[in-house]
Design a protein around this ligand. Structure first.
Ligand code: PGA
Length: 245
């Protein structure tokens, strides 16, 4: 596991975007696993900037980590709308190659199976992750056991409170989501976890230096051969300068 820390989120985003660009230019049909939330926004802005300078996403397939159950694509709080707004509207991606769980599917189990089939056909070259304050990745919440594949999850109270900043109030935050499972995340050939701000410092420390535990889903990244944590100083404040393992 590599840890790269930067003075500012903006500098970290440039570094991460360069890693993404490398994958896009090196592969003929690159597959990116993408994340939503506040954290990847600066990365996406940087990628849009690279696109304006000539980087093409025409051959890129994207597979997003998760989606709220019950929010339609055109609901501004859906992750589908997020991706459209924050990235896809501003790059040349073929939207038929941009995959997202459908949180409005009538049969959610079937929807999870459909998503797993997409993941089988498109092995992820580079997975972008954020991290929850409770150590979740995707919406794999701390629990007694973690699921391997795509599944419906009941969101923890902590996650609903954290995400309520995007909604009018907590009661508007859906109680369930569809998320890729831990094994699917760990199958990615290369993983970049982004974390910015002091409120992520505890989760980052547990993920980087704590025991591997289902109580901190991100700690399983320690078992992956090719992970880079890209942090600002605040998120890295509880790990040593020489935290690279
Ligand atoms: P955030 O969420 O980027 O909005 O902080 C990250 C996460 O929950 O994975």
């Amino acid at each position: 596991m590599r840890v790269r820390r930067f003075c500012t989120e903006a500098m970290a985003a440039v570094y991460a975007a360069t890693l993404v660009e490398n994958v896009i230019v090196q592969k003929t049909s690159p597959v990116l696993g993408l994340a939503t939330g506040a954290t990847p926004k600066t990365l996406y802005r940087q990628l849009i900037d690279f696109h304006r300078q000539g980087l093409s996403f025409a051959q890129v397939t994207t597979i997003n980590l998760d989606e709220y159950v019950g929010l339609a694509k055109d609901n501004p709080n859906s992750y589908s709308a997020f991706m459209q707004r924050e990235l896809y509207d501003q790059i040349d991606i073929d939207l038929d190659h941009a995959h997202m769980p459908d949180g409005t599917a009538v049969d959610l189990e079937q929807e999870c199976a459909r998503y797993d089939a997409i993941l089988e056909v498109h092995p992820i070259d580079l997975q972008i992750l954020g991290i929850g304050r409770n150590g979740h990745i995707g919406f794999n919440e701390p629990d007694a056991s973690l699921r391997r594949r795509t599944h419906v999850v009941t969101l923890s109270d902590e996650t609903r409170v954290a995400n309520s900043r995007f909604f009018e109030d907590k009661s508007g935050v859906p109680r369930q989501a569809i998320t890729m499972g831990l094994e699917s995340i760990l199958r990615a050939k290369f993983i970049i976890l982004l974390a910015f701000g002091r409120e992520k410092a505890h989760a980052v420390r547990s993920a980087v230096a704590g025991d591997i535990s289902t109580k901190v889903p991100a700690s399983f990244l320690q078992m992956h051969p090719n992970v880079t944590f890209v942090l600002d100083d605040a998120a890295a404040s509880l790990i040593g300068r020489n935290a690279t393992v």
